[in-house]
Design a protein around this ligand. Structure first.
Ligand code: BGC
Length: 786
């Protein structure tokens, strides 16, 4: 069903193929074969339609609220990929007739999707069909497709109806008011539509060119218009053995695009621009556009190539697959937007942004493409006022970042979720109200960015303010316990969402403490060395008053400590007192979250079972605050109670297993994490890609086995290759410099690719090295001296 090409040197880990058509698994391939460029995300629905398919085309950041009682979501733009192909009058449909050969491949080298089919219709006539498709990395508004049909048995009448279909919905919610439909010069179509609440105009444009045996056909197609739809039908008789080609290029522009957002009623200008843009692209022709796209991808891979030499070639493919999707999901062109939990690949999570971004996705860009990382941290500044409003609305001070974020930074988590197995009613979703660690995670992302890039300008203009406002939120959130004479944080959800309404979740308390102490440190530093910035922020935020509050309160935050004997840190006040049950059956489940068919959320709170890594995430974010022994003890205590029902879990476990020298476990977890989307579970990705897990693949490889960490401005490398790997080589951006790190068995080489003036100091297995041009070190030595 799925083939991972890569067993010969030429194809080494670049191609994923669907080798048989099976309509039960449309969702799997629609998601993993998705194409895009951070602006557009095009789900890989096939040209011909099947029941159960999900045709999705999303534009990053263009949110709309369908009705007042609903949360905002990314609307599904008009479809331009669907084709109605008729061969001798009968629809081309793979569930009819006979498939002699079938193969659909995504080639990660240039993001091209290609499908080759040899199909026989119900009368025994055979056709060779080829479909190619790209979403351009060179031109973010552009996509293109080519269809080639060759009758093999006898001459055939081929008709293809192609156009723009604005009848799309998000699971039934129609987000658009119909606009205009036009046919220009019998080959260029345009359809506009405006979102109902956010008032964003979408302009969809497409153009066609038809060829027979390489010669352009001039016969006019038949145009037609329906409600929310415009199309052209080409019909011709093809000789046996003669190839008919339809090239289609299409574009999407919106009034929300950076270039248009301030232009008010530029309605006509937007349409004209889109039309001119597309005509020019169409003139270039499919081959040129494909080539431009390929060159753009080449540029990406030349800079971002990560090599994994492993006994299993899948590992190499998995890291490239992750990089491919990281690029697709991230709106690197515009800091008003960020990464959705399903990227732009599906309706799941409605395009909303979670802690996934700071903790699982941002690290990739920090160390690979810092300019893009800057956009992601700027998004949180862009939404700071929304976060301030959330805090005010809930009676707190400062800024409280939403658990689910969209355009404004106000809370967008839906209130009702799946059925509760006990009551039969929808489950109330508490995360939007009480999963508050996100606020500290955002501050952490800002600090991490600053450490890795040294981008002082960002800190001065945005970063400090975020750190101060989030620390102020925590100061107002703490609750004094007379009994313990400590500040507690009660009634929260930690990362482990199977524990609702808990108090003193260790992750939340430590991160809140980190956030407040970081604000104290930054304020003191500003007072001493950047008085101008200090004075500006002092006048806006009353920093001196806040400093005192942070100092007084942070000292008294309750931080759960490891037990003196077992070293176990209680995940929250009650976790360790809960019942331990046999979780075998749920840990061996085929589909995640099978436990929810037996237990309600309330019942889950009563047993020691975790959805995902909780305390363990802390061990990586604040790694120097905990001993290796504590990390190991907690890994071994909590992991057997964890169902990995969130895709964020496995990569964290893998990284932490590397840290505590459990390399076999680390590799096992890496292998599982790498298969969350790409593996053979045919339904795990139906709702879209698992963005955080995709970021986690890179993290487990580079931060886990590569041992890359930054701590307070210093870069650490503690590489440890798993048994199966012979070599890991990766680029690394660090404070404006570019390095290439290569780990082989027993040896580490760090090469400086840029020639910055400053000497770089690195910590390798705890030992300090000064990097001028290159460091080559014996890893066994370095590990021994650790
Ligand atoms: C996880 C969260 C995550 C969200 C979006 C949930 O299932 O528990 O940690 O942020 O999915 O990926």
């Amino acid at each position: 069903m799925i083939e991972y090409k890569g067993l010969n040197a030429l194809d080494d880990g670049w191609v994923i193929a669907e080798t048989e058509f099976d309509a039960r698994f449309l969702g799997k391939f629609e998601t993993i074969f998705c194409q895009g460029n951070g602006y557009l995300g095009l789900r890989a629905a096939t040209e011909e339609s099947y029941p159960g398919e999900k045709r999705n085309l999303f534009v990053a950041g263009a949110f709309n609220r369908f009705a007042n009682q609903e949360v905002t979501e990314l609307p599904n733009a008009a479809d331009m990929v669907q084709l109605e192909i008729r061969l001798n009058g009968k629809p081309f449909h793979l569930e009819k007739g006979k498939i002699h050969s079938y193969r659909r491949e995504l080639d990660l080298r240039q993001g091209e999707l290609r499908r080759d089919i040899l199909w026989e219709d119900e009368h025994g006539d055979q056709f060779k069909m080829t479909f190619r498709r790209f979403v351009s990395l060179q031109d973010r508004h552009l996509m293109g497709m080519r269809v080639q049909i060759t009758p093999l048995s006898k001459a055939a009448v081929i008709s293809i109806c192609s156009g723009i279909n604005g009848q799309m919905t998000n699971s039934g919610a129609q987000h658009f008011i119909e606009g205009e439909r036009r046919v220009f010069d019998k080959e260029l179509l345009q359809l506009t539509a405006t979102t109902t609440e956010s008032n964003i105009e979408f302009v969809h444009t497409c153009a066609h060119q038809m060829y027979e045996g390489g010669v352009r056909l001039t016969t006019a197609p038949a145009p037609s218009m329906d409600r929310r739809r415009v199309s052209l039908t080409y019909k011709l008789k093809a000789e046996v053995g003669k190839c008919i080609t339809l090239d289609k290029v299409a574009s999407v522009h919106t009034s929300h695009d950076k270039e248009w957002r301030d232009r008010g009623a530029a309605h006509q200008a937007l349409q004209d621009t889109a039309r001119e843009y597309l005509s020019k692209k169409a003139e270039k022709g499919f081959d040129v556009l494909v080539n431009e796209n390929e060159q753009a991808w080449k540029g990406i891979w030349a800079k971002a190539n990560i090599e994994i030499k492993s006994n299993d070639v899948f590992d190499q493919l998995a890291i490239r697959f992750a990089q491919y999707h990281l690029l697709l999901m991230t709106p690197a062109h515009d800091s008003r937007f960020s990464v959705g939990a399903k990227g732009l690949t599906g309706e799941g999570y409605k395009g909303h942004v979670f802690w996934d971004t700071e903790i699982f996705i941002l690290p990739y860009f920090l160390y690979m493409e810092p300019q893009t990382a800057r956009k992601l941290v700027k998004y949180r500044y862009h939404t700071l006022n929304g976060a301030r409003k959330n805090a005010r609305d809930k009676g707190y001070r400062g800024a409280m970042y939403p658990w689910e974020s969209a355009a404004t930074g106000e809370e967008e988590t839906p209130e009702w979720g799946p059925v509760d197995v006990v009551t039969g009613t929808p489950t109330y979703i508490w995360t939007g109200k009480i999963e508050q660690h996100i606020t500290a995670d955002v501050a952490y992302g800002v600090w991490h960015y600053y450490q890795a890039t040294g981008d002082q300008e960002y800190m001065d203009r945005c970063g400090y303010e975020i750190i101060f406002e989030t620390a102020t939120f925590w100061a107002s959130r703490l609750e004094w316990s007379d009994k313990e004479q400590k500040y507690h944080i009660c009634d929260v959800i930690g990362p482990d969402e199977y524990k609702e309404h808990v108090s003193n979740n260790a992750f939340t308390n430590y991160m809140a403490y980190w956030n407040m102490t970081k604000a104290i440190e930054c304020t003191r530093k500003l007072m001493q060395v950047q008085n101008d910035i200090y004075l500006t922020l002092e006048s806006q935020l009353d920093l001196s008053g806040r400093l005192k509050e942070w100092e007084d309160k942070s000292k008294l935050i309750y931080l759960p400590q490891p037990d003196v004997h077992s070293l176990i840190i209680p995940q929250d006040d009650t976790y360790l007192k809960r019942q331990v049950i046999d979780l075998e059956r749920y840990r061996n489940q085929e589909q995640v979250a099978s436990i929810l068919a037996d237990y309600s959320m309330t019942q889950l709170s009563e047993i020691q079972v975790s959805k995902q890594a909780d305390i363990l995430v802390l061990f990586y974010l604040l790694e120097d605050w905990f001993s290796k022994e504590t990390k190991a003890a907690n890994w071994h205590y909590y992991e057997p109670k964890t169902l990995h029902d969130s895709s964020l879990s496995l990569s964290t476990h893998s990284m932490l297993a590397s840290d505590v020298n459990e390399l076999e476990l680390a590799y096992d977890m890496f292998a599982k994490a790498a298969r969350v989307d790409l593996g053979t579970n045919m339904h795990s990705s139906d709702e879209g890609i698992h963005s955080a897990s995709i970021g986690g693949i890179w993290k487990a490889a580079i931060m886990g086995f590569g041992g890359v960490r930054s701590w307070e401005g210093s870069l650490r490398l503690n590489p440890k290759l798993p048994e199966a790997w012979q070599r890991l080589s990766f680029p690394l951006a660090w404070q404006g410099e570019r390095l290439q790190v290569t780990v082989t068995r027993g040896k580490l080489e760090v090469e400086r690719l840029t020639s910055g003036l400053a000497e770089l100091t690195l910590l390798i297995h705890g030992q300090e090295y000064v990097l001028k041009d290159r460091i080559v070190t014996d890893l066994k030595e370095a590990e021994r001296s650790e």
